[in-house]
Design a protein around this ligand. Sequence first.
Ligand code: ADP
Ligand code: AMP
Length: 218
Amino acid sequence: MSLNLILMGLPGAGKGTQAQFIVDKYHVPHISTGDMFRDAISNSTPLGVKAKSFTDKGDLVPDEVTNGIVKERLAQDDTKPGFLLDGYPRTLEQADALSQMTKDLDKPLTAVINIDVDPKLLTERLSGRFICKNCGATYHKLYHMPKVPGTCDVCGGHEFYQREDDKPEAVKNRLKVNVKMNTPLIAYYKDRNLLFNVDGSKDIDEVWQDVDKILSTL
Ligand code: ADP
Ligand code: AMP
């Protein structure tokens, strides 16, 4: 059976961090719309040009653009054993569009895992986040340092960067925009009996144990 998953949670909740563990154990492709936009922006593709003005400010990229890239991505062959959507859907319109896509592709959703964290914790999570330039692995200056200082645990790289939109002004707006949509989206998947909540305020390893417990029973 395929594992068709959504990882939900506010910016900084720990989706990317948990996605690395899920991909390692369950071998499903990680589909992060945020990563797709960042790649497009750094390669200056037409999609990147369209997305940049929104991502810079922490606003949502328009639904028709975002739905379009996800539709194309889900149609690729590597999603046969399943997929892990991260950061999508973020609006009810996107949730409806995804529902249509999964129907058309005959890839029904298996579960939605919501990483629940008090928004008050998120500013600190985002401002301390840094990322390996080579492989994209995510760290935190207080909560998740590389085992060998200055060296990425995953790829051995030595260069790291902070995301532009993790700087204070964009963070404020990102949290505002995302908090507004979060409650209706949670209700949407709860109504469809797909929702599993995980307490994302625990340590990274404990959150993973809770996520893994859910996935191993599906
Ligand atoms: P998201 O993908 O949801 O935006 P990330 O996985 O990038 O979030 O995590 C945001 C920041 O918080 C990163 O710096 C990460 O290392 C850190 N982090 C993730 N999960 C936890 C946790 N459970 N406790 C403390 N810090 C965490
Ligand atoms: P993320 O990496 O998930 O924090 O996303 C970074 C940025 O990409 C967001 O602030 C949005 O501007 C854009 N983005 C990512 N996913 C979506 C989505 N599902 N809908 C609209 N915009 C998105």
